[in-house]
Design a protein. Structure first.
Length: 395
């Protein structure tokens, strides 16, 4: 793991910008710890989403899940991007990171109330705590990095103003809360674009790609954990393994295929400038949200297969096929390279795969069919590319 190349003592170092092409830059132990604590919020959100779907509250569940996951993703991504440019790993930096971890845990405690009752009080306060800690980090960077001071101050000011809006959002009348939420979310997304116009921060492409990849791994792992819990709960009742065998096989095939599809590409080469990096980061909202929803969808199908679900057969199937299709589509679009404005062979293959996964909603064994389609997509796109790379290296 890499250590920040800054001067000073472990107590306090100058928060100067790190070099964007720093050699051997990898995730730090603190970043990995941050991710593990953050995945608690992901797990709680996924579990609450599963309960809403299982109870038949599809519309409210999907909306609540999308809103809560935005807060999780955005807080995580802002820390990650800041750390790539200004990680000093001194005591003040660590303490402010611990504050953000505390905010994430508060958020995780409020996810069930947000999804089930529409009460966003706890989750909002947890989110604001995390974001105000980032204001302190940006102000510290502004003091130590004169070249990018204006950009750092814009980040600090923008985040502070939007957090004031989130707190005011708590007292907005119920029928206006969703429009207010949309406005505030757009304001959050606009802050980096506005701030980076003053001066680009020195984020590290390979480090960013690694950090997003690691969090994708953790979220996929959480989906496996959620699915395993559902299988265990089913077997603790009167269900047999034969009742859910196709679900276990299809779910395993799906998650392995999603992992393969995500890591089949060289992500860092897509992060050559701020525009492409912004699209990459913003696009991962769908990647992370869909990955976490896969486990919830599989759990819903296990409940349905054992007679404990409240959705229709097609509704339960869609709870699984839609997030899988969303993940495949999002990863494909993030890595897509246009060829003279015309669709390429991989474009056609991915489009057909997405259509086939959605069509699996109406198949007799939708989870198994989805897993087979995802595995075939890997065989059609990733394996030939990797074989070609091996031959080129050998030559």
């Amino acid at each position: 793991m890499s250590a920040p190349q800054t001067s000073g003592t472990a107590w306090r170092r100058r928060m100067v910008a790190r070099v964007a092409d720093e050699k051997h830059r990898t995730a730090t132990a603190l970043e990995l710890f941050f991710d593990l604590c953050f995945v608690v919020a992901v797990a709680q959100t996924s579990a609450a989403f599963e309960e809403e779907l299982a109870a038949g509250h599809v519309g409210g569940g999907v909306l609540g899940y999308a809103l809560v996951f935005f807060a999780i993703w955005w807080a995580w991504m802002n820390f990650t991007w800041f750390a790539s440019a200004y990680d000093t790993d001194d005591i003040p930096y660590r303490l402010l990171t611990v504050v953000q971890i505390g905010g994430a845990l508060v958020m995780s405690a409020g996810t069930a109330a947000a999804l089930q009752d529409g009460d966003y009080t706890v989750i909002t306060w947890g989110y604001v705590v995390m974001r105000l800690a980032m204001v302190s980090q940006w102000l510290r960077a502004a003091r130590s990095d004169p070249e990018r001071r204006q950009s750092c101050l814009r980040y600090a000011a923008g985040i502070l103003v939007v957090q004031t809006g989130w707190l005011a959002h708590l007292v907005v009348p119920g029928d206006l809360r969703l429009p207010a939420h949309a406005v505030l979310a757009l304001a959050e997304l606009a802050v980096p674009v506005w701030a980076e116009r003053a001066a680009n921060t020195t984020w590290h492409p390979r480090h960013i790609a690694e950090r997003f990849g690691l969090f994708t791994l953790i979220v996929l792992g959480e989906s496996i954990t959620a699915a395993a819990g559902a299988v265990r709960a089913a077997l603790d009742t009167d269900a047999t393994f034969g009742d859910i065998a196709t679900l276990v096989l299809g779910g395993t095939l799906t998650v392995c295929a999603l992992w393969w599809l995500y890591f089949a590409q060289n992500a860092s080469r897509r992060l050559g400038n701020f525009t492409t990096a912004t699209l990459w980061g913003y696009g991962h909202y769908a990647v992370f949200a869909c990955a976490a929803a896969v486990g919830a969808g599989l759990a819903v199908n296990v409940a349905q297969a054992t007679g404990h679900g409240h959705l229709t057969a097609y509704g339960a199937a869609a709870a699984y096929t839609v997030p899988v299709a969303g993940f495949v589509l999002s990863v494909w679009l993030l890595h897509r390279t246009a060829a003279a404005g015309h669709p390429t062979a991989p474009d056609v293959v991915h489009a057909l795969a997405v259509a086939a996964i959605l069509a699996a909603t109406f198949a007799p064994a939708p989870v198994l069919v989805t897993g087979v389609v995802a595995a075939l997509l890997v065989a059609a796109t990733c394996v030939p590319r990797e074989r070609g790379g091996i031959r080129a290296a050998a030559a």
